[in-house]
Design a binder for this molecule. Structure first.
Ligand code: 3HC
Length: 676
C-alpha cells in the first residue's frame, strides 16, 4: 500500500506532505509515514529544515477516531510528536483548514507554526470525552499560556489563526494562496537559528488565579461531564510547576482513564451517529439535488419566524406569509429583535443583521410563494387547516418546488394526498426555538421522492442543523417517545411521587429539566380540552385552575416575577384531592421506579419505532434526543444508554412494572445486549 505521506525536496528544505483524505486523520499509516519522513530529514546531510503540510481541505484534523476501539499500532501519536520535537533540524508546521486535536499537537511538536488566516486551531478532544493525549495539555500552556489552554482544552472550541497568532500559538500568518511557499521561506529563515525552540522546554508562565477562576466560571456548563475536569487537572499540573515529564505521565494516566470510560464511548458514538444520520439507506449519496434559491414560510408565529431565521442567516432569501398585517409585523419585529440581541452579544455585526433582515420579504399575498423553491408551512396543528393550505399550495407552487410541513405530530401522507404532487411533499419538523435547536426531523412520506429527501438533508447541513429521517408515525421519533414518558410521569404523581422528585431524578440523570419543569415551560394547557369541569387527570386539574405554567406564574410549580420556581402547596393539595377522588392511597416511590417507568419506557418506544421502520437506525434515535431534547451527550442518547445500563436490566425493569416489552429489545438481550 502506498503511504499517505510523501516528501518533496526544495533545496535544503524537506517538505513532508500528508494526503489522507478527507480530513488527514492521523491514522497508523500517517504516523508511520511521518516517522519515516522525519528520520529521512534528520539523516540527510543536505537537508537543513523541514516543513509539514497537508493536501486537501485541512491540516491534520486529529487522531483517527475509528482506531480508538482497535489494538494500538506503533508508532503512537505521542511518540511521533516527541520525535518531531526532538529533531535537531527545525520543523515548521504549515497550517490550513483545521488543526484539531492530535493535529494541533503535531503542530505543537513542530518548532514553528505558520498558518493562513482562515485556519483554525483547537483541541476538541473534550467533546469526545477525552483530553489532548499526545502532549497537548503540557505543551499548549507552555506556548499559549494557562488561560487560553484552559479555554481550548476544557471547552474544546477551536480558535481562529489570528487569535492563535496573538497568543503565540502561531508564529506567523501567511497569504491564503501562498502557504507552502511562505512556509518554505520561513524554514529557510530559521534553519540555522539555535537553540531550536521546543515547547516542552519552555517554562509555564505563572497565572495562579486562572485555574480557580476558570473552574468557578464554568462549573454549570460542565455539569455531569467527566472530561472537562480531567483537562483542567492536566493544565493545573502544568501550572503547578511540575516538570514536563511528570505532566506527561499525568496526562497519559488521565487520557487512558477517560478513554476506558462510558462517557467517552458515548460521545464518540454521537460523533459518528451525527454524521451517519445524514445518510439515507436507499438514496444514493450522488443523487442530484434540487436548487433552493428562495424559501417560503407560511406563518410568522414563533415557529415560522425561527424557521425563517435559519435560512436568512445562511444567506437564503425568505418570503414569509401571514393572514393579517399585525401578525406579520409582530413576527418580523420579533425576528429583528432576536437578531439584534445576538448582535448585542457580539455574535453578529449590525451589517449582518441588516443583510439578514434585508433578505426577508414579508407579504400578505399567498400567491407570492409561487416563486419559492421550498415552502414550509408552520401554522398551528390542525389537519383541516393544513390540508387547505396544501391544496392552495398545489395550485400556485412552481413545478418541482418542495412542499414541507412543520407539523410535530400529523400524518404527512394525509397532507400530501390533497396535492397532485405527493412526491414533492415532506415533513420538516423544527424544534423550538427553531433558530437555536440543532435538530431537524425530516419526515419521509410514503411517496416522498429521493431527491426531495437528499435536497432537504443537504439544506439542513447548510443551515447548520443535524437532520434525522423519520417515518410517518404519530409524533415521529422524538415526540412519540415523549408520550410514554409524560404519561408515566403523570401516573407516578397519582401513585405517590411529587413533581419535584420526578424532576430531580431527571435533572440528576443529566436532562436540562424534568417532565414537569418542561410542562411548565411549554404550557400545561397544550393539548387541553379547555373544559374546566372535565377533570380526567392531574394535568386537567391544574389547567382548570389556570395553572398553565410559567406564562400564568403557576403550573406544577409556583413562579415569581423573575420566573424563579418554588414548590407549590396548592399543587400538593390538587394531587391529594385527585388521589382521594380516584381512591388511590399514595405510596413511597423509589428513584429506580421513576427511571424504569419514565426512561426505560422511552427506550421501549424507541425499539418499537425501529421495529416499525420509522427510524433508520438506533443511533438516529440517539441523535434526535441529544439535539432535540437535551439528553445528556455523555450518556449517548436513549438507545446507547440502554446498552450501557444493560438491556437485560432494562427489559427486567419494564416487565417488573407490567409494560409489554418490544420484541427487538428482548431479542437483543439474547444476542449479546446490542441493538442494531
Ligand atoms: N477520525 C476519523 N474520522 C474522522 C475524523 C477523525 N478525527 N474527523 C472526521 N472524520 C470523518 C467523519 O466521520 C466523516 O466521515 P464520513 O464522510 O464517512 O461520514 C469525514 O471524516 C468528514 O467529516 P465531516 O463530515 O465532519 O466533515 P466537515 O468538513 O464537516 O468537518 C472537521 C471537518 C471539522 C475536521 C470535523 O470532521 C471534526 O471536527 N472532526 C473531529 C476532530 C476531532 O475531534 N479531533 C480530535 C480527535 S481525538 C485526538 O486527536 C486524540 C489525541 O489527542 C490523542
Amino acid at each position: 500500500m502506498t503511504s499517505p505521506i510523501r516528501t518533496e525536496r526544495h533545496g535544503e528544505i524537506l517538505v513532508i506532505v500528508s494526503d489522507n483524505q478527507p480530513v488527514n486523520a492521523l491514522s497508523a499509516a500517517v504516523r508511520q509515514g511521518l516517522e519515516a519522513a522525519i528520520k529521512e530529514g534528520v539523516a540527510d546531510a543536505s537537508i537543513e529544515a523541514m516543513v509539514i503540510r497537508c493536501d486537501g481541505r485541512t491540516f491534520f484534523a486529529g487522531a483517527d477516531i475509528t482506531e480508538f476501539t482497535k489494538p494500538p499500532v506503533d508508532p503512537l501519536l505521542p511518540q511521533v510528536v516527541d520525535m518531531i520535537e526532538a529533531s535537531d533540524k527545525p520543523v515548521v508546521a504549515a497550517i490550513h483548514g483545521t488543526a484539531l486535536g492530535g493535529g494541533c499537537e503535531v503542530a505543537l511538536g513542530c518548532h514553528y507554526r505558520i498558518a493562513v488566516p482562515s485556519a483554525k486551531l483547537g483541541t476538541p478532544e473534550v467533546k469526545l470525552g477525552l483530553l489532548p493525549g499526545a502532549g497537548g495539555t503540557q505543551r499548549l500552556p507552555r506556548v499559549a499560556g494557562i488561560k487560553l489552554a484552559l479555554e481550548m482544552t476544557a471547552k474544546g472550541d477551536p480558535i481562529p489563526a489570528k487569535r492563535a497568532h496573538e497568543a503565540g500559538l502561531v508564529d506567523r500568518l501567511a497569504g491564503e494562496g501562498s502557504l507552502e511557499a511562505e512556509a518554505i521561506a520561513f524554514a529557510r529563515e530559521v534553519k540555522a537559528a539555535r537553540p531550536i525552540p521546543r515547547a516542552s522546554e519552555k517554562p509555564v508562565a505563572d497565572d495562579p488565579a486562572a485555574v480557580e477562576t476558570f473552574k468557578r466560571e464554568n462549573g454549570r456548563r460542565f455539569r455531569g461531564f467527566d472530561a472537562p475536569a480531567a483537562n483542567i487537572a492536566c493544565i493545573e499540573k502544568a501550572a503547578s510547576g511540575a516538570s514536563f515529564a511528570d505532566g506527561i505521565t499525568f496526562e497519559r494516566q488521565e487520557f487512558m482513564r477517560l478513554m476506558m470510560g462510558v462517557q467517552s464511548a458515548a460521545q464518540r458514538h454521537i460523533f459518528f451517529a451525527e454524521r451517519q444520520a445524514s445518510k439515507i439507506d436507499d438514496v444514493p449519496a450522488e443523487t442530484s439535488l434540487r436548487e433552493i434559491k428562495r424559501v417560503g414560510v407560511i406563518g410568522a408565529g414563533t415557529m415560522g419566524g425561527g424557521i425563517s431565521m435559519n435560512f436568512l442567516s445562511a444567506g437564503i432569501p425568505v418570503t414569509i406569509v401571514e393572514m393579517q398585517q399585525d401578525a406579520l409585523d409582530r413576527g418580523t419585529g420579533t425576528m429583528r429583535k432576536n437578531y439584534e440581541a445576538t448582535a448585542a452579544k457580539g455574535r453578529m455585526t449590525a451589517t449582518q443583521v441588516e443583510a439578514a433582515m434585508g433578505a426577508l420579504t414579508p407579504t400578505l399575498n399567498f400567491d407570492d410563494l409561487g416563486e419559492c423553491d421550498l415552502i414550509i408551512e408552520a401554522v398551528y396543528e390542525n389537519m383541516d387547516v393544513k390540508k387547505d393550505i396544501f391544496t392552495r399550495l398545489d395550485k400556485i407552487a412552481k413545478p418541482g418546488a418542495i412542499l414541507a410541513s412543520n407539523t410535530s405530530y400529523l400524518d404527512i401522507d394525509e397532507i400530501a394526498a390533497v396535492t397532485s404532487r405527493p412526491q414533492d411533499v415532506v415533513g420538516m419538523h423544527f424544534f423550538s426555538p427553531a433558530n437555536v435547536m440543532k435538530l431537524l426531523e425530516v419526515v419521509r412520506g410514503a411517496k416522498t421522492a429521493g431527491d426531495v429527501l437528499a435536497t432537504v438533508m443537504a439544506l439542513a447541513k447548510k443551515i447548520r442543523k443535524v437532520a434525522v429521517v423519520a417515518g410517518v408515525t404519530y409524533g415521529f421519533i422524538g415526540n412519540r417517545m415523549l408520550i410514554p414518558r409524560q404519561t408515566e410521569a403523570t401516573k407516578l404523581l397519582l401513585e405517590g411521587a411529587t413533581p419535584e422528585q420526578i424532576d430531580r431524578v431527571h435533572v440528576a440523570f443529566g436532562m436540562p429539566m424534568g417532565p414537569f419543569q418542561m410542562a411548565d415551560l411549554a404550557g400545561v394547557d397544550i393539548g387541553w380540552h379547555r373544559d374546566p369541569t372535565r377533570i380526567e387527570n392531574i394535568r386537567d386539574a391544574l389547567a382548570a385552575e389556570n395553572r398553565w405554567g410559567q406564562k400564568t406564574k403557576a403550573g406544577f410549580y409556583d413562579y415569581d416575577d423573575k420566573r424563579t420556581p418554588s414548590n407549590s402547596a396548592r399543587v400538593a393539595e390538587i394531587i391529594d384531592e385527585f388521589r382521594k377522588r380516584e381512591g388511590v392511597t399514595p405510596r413511597e416511590i423509589s428513584d429506580e421506579e421513576i427511571v424504569a417507568r419514565t426512561l426505560y419506557t422511552m427506550v421501549n418506544e424507541g425499539a418499537l419505532i425501529l421495529e416499525e421502520g420509522k427510524a433508520q437506525r438506533a443511533s438516529d434515535i440517539d441523535v434526535v434526543w441529544i439535539y432535540g431534547y437535551g439528553w445528556p451527550v455523555y450518556r449517548g442518547g436513549p438507545m446507547f444508554w440502554a446498552q450501557t445500563e444493560g438491556l437485560a436490566k432494562v427489559v427486567a425493569g419494564l416487565e417488573a412494572h407490567g409494560f409489554p416489552v418490544a420484541k427487538s429489545l428482548k431479542d437483543a438481550v439474547g444476542a449479546g445486549g446490542r441493538l442494531k
